[in-house]
Design a protein around this ligand. Structure first.
Ligand code: SF4
Length: 709
């Protein structure tokens, strides 16, 4: 029997590994990675390597369009024509009756760039509402603002190639060994080959990343700003400032310096609750001007009510050392999802427009209105609802139609009862997904089946700005279709035929690519023909341009003055305090073998074996004081709700802090979703919620002690 092969970006983390699939009779027979193909050069982690098992059958796939006539009923299969007409008509009815802002869309960093572009165009340009947000708001929005404030543009200055030239790896708020494993392997290779290289892991937990590091800083949760300022202050005191870089290429250094000098070192140490010896070691590594600093960071810094300040403090340190735009150095924000970068480039957050433009800028709106051939004034100058307020508005009855694409907010939103209440209250809920059932699908009035990984062609950008084209090498189940097709059909029935008459994803890519010309994320030179043959990093302004490994090498930033900006953040504690009623801090995150709400990885026995059920890490002294035994089921009770998980007694976590992963939802078992407990308070600028910290107490559950799933 004849077999074929195809390549595609791994659908999991933002490392963006390129995977080769060998296929026979519409079944994957082998998953591999080519040694000579960037960015992973032959490496895959277990999640990517086990993709074959995800596709062994179509169990759990949404394969046909379905409509639920009345809430609570079993949905019935319909034709695509019926589903599209039903969806388009209901959206128009709600828009006419309640106004444009009664519509909202909540998408995902797992959608390809073409899809994210088309729904952004439909909503912001043609339905005239900016009520679009995505789960990237929960992951990356603080990093976006941090880059914007410092450099005047989103997007990292760095690339993976920098790993082989860096001397000091500062990994803060990122468990890379578990969540970006292939990238962490590259760091370990560099550490093994360069005797002077050092890895510093900053995390309240002794994670797998910390185990492999030279220094672990188990700082108090949320104290990152104080920690970074302490390092910067100590370096400043010994004159470790790149004065030439600072003078020529930055602004506001004096205010920054004065602020650092005004801070009391003992106070900073006590906020971080760490031994001064750890700080001394780090300062010693960084004191040598020849040591290049590469900082990786992710949700630990971003998911916070002071997420922007944490990002800014981290970039400040790099500006002080002059370690931006040079080989082997820079602040490198990691993306959690495979195309969170591409989504940001097309502007799929509620304040953005394609090409890193923003709705609040008159010229940006006017440019897009011209390009999209819509009347001046069509694009609303006010940002739309971000993730948390979107579901709150649905619960309040202000948002009437919710379109949920490729994400599962009935599990993943902080304070999930609110998102569930919003989904329940909304007049019309569209769920467009590859999987069924999901917790969110329970609320759907219409279910639109989407093709998934390997079943469609499309483009994605990974954490290092590498734009990669994926092949189609499998037929989707039943009548599932690419997401871009679904959006274009509904847009056409809504009356926008001329502007959404796309026949393939290449046409959408070409339209989008042209809009990036001259912008910081210029992809003009990435023609369909080139992307078929190779992957390219932006900026890539013309078809002969080789792409750009690292940005800002000429020290020209996108701020008004062209100079990078120092800011002076002030440490703020997390939004929620522990007290006598809720004495423990709770932090959440991922495990290496699972992904988001387990719609995919939950079906792979090789991945579910290690962590088959929700667990909570607790320090032995805390366990003993609270009479918790290892393996026992315990409730975590917070100010908004409760969940339960199996106790894992371990000294890898600080006293007073608990950790539990966020992968399990109600379909696994009622009350196992930790987001019933988490806090939806968000950063005032980035609007990113504080999923990393809330206050809880422990209750031992005698009945569930005997529970066996
Ligand atoms: Fe996929 Fe990330 Fe693993 Fe690479 S490191 S195979 S992108 S999950």
């Amino acid at each position: 029997m004849k077999s074929s092969t195809g390549k595609a970006v791994c659908p999991y983390c933002g490392v963006g590994c390129v995977i080769r699939a060998t296929v026979q009779d519409n079944k994957i027979t082998k998953i591999s990675a080519d040694d000579d193909v960037a960015p992973n050069f032959g490496m895959l982690c277990p999640k990517g390597a086990h993709l074959k098992q995800v596709f062994q059958n179509h169990d759990g796939r949404l394969a046909y369009p379905m409509i639920r006539e009345r809430k609570g009923e079993t949905p019935r299969q319909v034709s695509w024509e019926q589903a599209i007409a039903f969806t388009a008509n209901r959206l128009q009815e709600i828009r006419l009756e309640h106004g444009k802002d009664a519509l909202a869309l909540y998408g995902s960093g797992q959608l390809d760039t073409e899809t994210s572009y088309i729904f952004n165009k439909l909503f912001k340009g043609f339905l005239r509402t900016n009520n679009i947000d995505t789960n990237s708001r929960l992951c990356m929005s603080s990093a976006v603002v941090g880059y914007m404030q410092a450099f005047g543009s989103d997007g990292p200055p760095t690339c993976y190639d920098d790993i082989q030239y860096a001397d000091v790896f500062l990994i803060i708020g990122a468990n890379m060994a578990a969540n970006h494993p292939v990238l962490f392997q590259m760091i370990r290779k560099r550490r093994a080959s360069e005797p002077n290289a050092r890895i510093i892991a900053v995390d309240p937990r002794r994670t797998q990343t910390a185990e492999f590091s030279d220094v672990h800083v188990p700082l108090a949760p949320g104290s990152d700003v104080a920690f970074l300022q302490l390092i910067a202050k100590r370096l400043l005191a010994i004159g470790r400032v790149d004065r030439r870089f600072v003078q020529r290429n930055t602004e506001n250094f004096s205010a920054y310096k004065n602020h650092l000098e005004s801070l009391d070192e003992d106070t900073l140490l006590s906020i971080c609750d760490i031994h001064p010896g750890r700080i001394n070691e780090i300062v010693e590594f960084l004191s040598k001007p020849s040591n290049r600093l590469l900082t990786f960071y992710c949700q630990g810094t971003n998911q916070s009510t002071s997420g922007v300040d944490k990002n800014v403090a981290l970039i400040n340190l790099h500006l002080q050392l002059g370690e931006v735009g040079i080989r082997g150095a820079g602040p490198f924000s990691l993306t959690g999802q495979p195309n969170a970068m591409g989504g940001r480039e097309v502007g799929y957050l509620s304040h953005q427009l394609p090409g890193y433009r923003v709705v609040t800028n008159d010229m940006h709106r006017a440019y897009l209105e011209g390009a999209w051939r819509i009347p001046p004034g069509s694009i609303d100058p006010e940002p739309g609802l971000t993730a948390v307020p979107m579901f709150e508005a649905a619960e309040a009855g202000d948002v009437r139609a919710l379109w949920i694409v490729c994400t599962n907010p009935a599990v993943s939103m902080p304070d999930t009862k609110v998102s569930q209440a919003g989904l329940k209250r909304a007049d019309f809920v569209i769920v467009q997904d590859c999987y069924y059932p999901t917790e969110t699908a329970e609320y759907a009035d219409v279910l639109l089946p989407a093709a998934q990984w390997g079943e469609k062609r499309g483009t994605m950008t990974n954490s290092e700005r590498l734009v990669v084209r994926s092949d189609k090498f499998l037929d989707p189940p039943g009548e599932a279709k690419p997401d871009w097709w679904i959006f274009s059909q509904i847009a056409k029935v809504m009356g926008f035929k001329r502007d959404f008459d796309f026949h393939n994803h290449e046409e959408i890519w070409d339209e989008y690519r042209l809009l990036t010309a001259g912008t910081p994320c210029d992809q003009m030179g990435m023609t369909n023909e080139r992307l078929e043959k190779t992957s390219l990093r932006w900026p890539c302004p013309n078809p002969r341009h080789p792409g750009t490994l690292r940005r800002y090498t000429r020290r020209k930033f996108f701020t008004e003055s062209g100079k990078a900006q120092f800011k002076t953040p002030v440490y703020q504690p997390p939004d929620e305090n522990t007290d006598s009623e809720f004495p423990f801090g709770l932090t959440t995150g991922r495990v290496a073998s699972q992904w988001h709400t387990r719609t995919r990885t939950g079906k792979v026995p090789q991945l579910t074996r290690k962590d088959p059920e929700p667990f909570v890490e607790i320090h032995p002294d805390d366990a003993s004081e609270n009479e918790v035994e290892d393996g026992e089921w315990i409730y975590l009770v917070g100010r908004r709700g409760r969940c339960y998980a199996r106790a894992r007694v371990t000294d890898t976590i600080r006293r007073g802090l608990l950790f539990t992963p966020f992968h399990w939802g109600d379909l696994f078992h009622a009350e196992t979703n930790v987001n019933y407990v988490t806090n939806s308070a968000f950063d005032p600028v980035s609007k990113q919620p504080e999923l990393k910290f809330c206050a809880v107490r422990i209750e031992v559950d005698d009945v569930s002690k005997k529970r066996n799933w």
